[in-house]
Design a protein around this ligand. Structure first.
Ligand code: GLN
Length: 244
């Protein structure tokens, strides 16, 4: 891969939406691009910040209900419109848990008014009576994905979006319909913390390729020596399957 390629990662609300190891996703995206000679950099985008025009890939991590109230308010301003414009213009986006809930139409928490989302994914979420906590394995278009979940939100998918995968172990979107996460074009969301991408390199590379396409056209990323990543995936999968 020539060094002429650049990748800008926009890390949304890094000090408020970053729990259960989610920052590892940003590190994985940046490193996996850099290991291929791509000039990758990460820009933090906090409350009140403007969204840079050159973001190719957004990451939106998880957060507690209280932080989501503040972030949802910010997203109703210029930031939300700028993120939507960037995605319409070909940027990719990965959202985890609390971030995932806020890129749908609405999130209704236990102890707060309903929070409007930015409507990038056709889904709605309502806080449920129990917390889903545990290891998760799903079957997805990127193969098996492993992670862990910790949420009370119950997410229901609309007709405009496909599940990211089918539950093999865990509760997923709502503990009822056997789905986990959502995928719509270049926008993906799920409840898988962990962090997700270091243990799921195929998915990480898909996101990088989707993001690069915006500025550089279709790319074929050369493989990386993913022995460590595959070992971590296998270990997490074995641990999860043992809890079935
Ligand atoms: N506060 C949301 C919930 O409990 C999201 C939690 C999270 O991001 N882990 O469902």
């Amino acid at each position: 891969m020539t060094g002429s390629r650049t990748l800008t990662i926009g890390w949304l609300y890094p000090t408020k939406m970053n729990i259960y190891g989610d920052r590892g996703n940003v590190l994985a995206l940046e490193r996996r691009a850099q290991w291929r000679g791509i000039d990758a950099r990460t820009v933090g985008i906090g409350v009140g910040d403007s969204v840079p025009e050159d973001v190719d890939l957004f990451f939106f991590g998880g957060g507690q209900d209280g932080e989501q109230v503040t972030v949802a308010r910010d997203l109703q301003g210029p930031s939300g419109a700028a993120i939507r414009r960037a995605v319409e213009g070909g940027a990719a986006l990965l959202a985890i848990c609390g971030g995932y809930q806020l890129i749908g139409h609405e999130y209704r928490p236990h102890a707060a008014e309903p929070l409007p989302g930015i409507g990038l994914l056709d889904l709605d979420t309502e806080a449920g009576p129990e917390r889903f906590i545990g290891n998760v394995v799903i079957d997805s278009p990127f193969g098996a994905l492993v992670g862990f979940e910790n949420h009370s939100g119950l997410t229901r998918l609309g007709p405009g979006v496909q599940p990211l995968g089918k539950i093999r172990v865990g509760r997923g979107n709502n503990g009822k319909d056997g789905t986990e996460g959502a995928l719509q074009g270049k926008v993906a969301g799920c409840y898988l913390h962990g962090s997700l991408l270091p243990k799921n390199p195929v998915f990480a590379d898909w996101l990088i390729a989707q993001a690069l396409e915006r500025r550089h056209g279709p790319v074929d990323l050369p493989p990386l020596p993913d022995d460590l990543e595959r070992a971590a995936h296998a270990s997490a999968s074995e641990r999860a399957m043992a809890t079935r």
